[in-house]
Design a protein. Structure first.
Length: 132
């Protein structure tokens, strides 16, 4: 596995696990049966931190839909460089920071973390456009 695929795998795993804390909150706030019934998160209460985490999760999914294809296309085209390895690591850690600061309600840091992840995506996009 290349380092870029390693970081992509970690980003996918992070995104796949974000729902766990806010579902546990849903169970605590609503009770077990209402929490597992077929109602969306907008149809019942959550703790404020859990509401923010839901939004962070949606944002992580939206960004993974951009990042994953970029990494996979680079891999398929055999485009590798230290800059891409660094960008993949930056993307992962930016998403971790984004999740934490969004959940804590720290908007300026949330924006900075988002921008760092976006920058990492642009490193991949530019590398693909250049073929380097």
């Amino acid at each position: 596995m290349t380092p870029e695929l390693y970081w992509l795998t970690l980003a996918i795993l992070l995104t796949a696990l974000i729902w766990v804390p806010y579902i546990l909150d849903r169970i605590l706030v609503r009770g077990f049966w209402p929490a597992i019934s077929d109602r969306g998160p907008e149809n019942g209460p959550h703790s404020p931190w859990a509401q923010r985490m839901i939004h962070a999760h949606l944002n992580a999914v939206e960004n993974l839909a951009i990042f994953a294809p970029l990494v996979l296309i680079a891999h398929i085209l055999n485009i590798h460089s230290p800059a891409l390895v660094a960008a993949a690591a930056v993307y992962f850690f930016a998403r971790v920071v984004h999740l934490v600061v969004y959940t804590l309600g720290l908007p300026v840091f949330r924006t900075l973390a988002f921008a760092a992840g976006w920058g990492a995506q642009m490193v991949f996009a530019l590398a693909l456009l250049r073929g380097v």
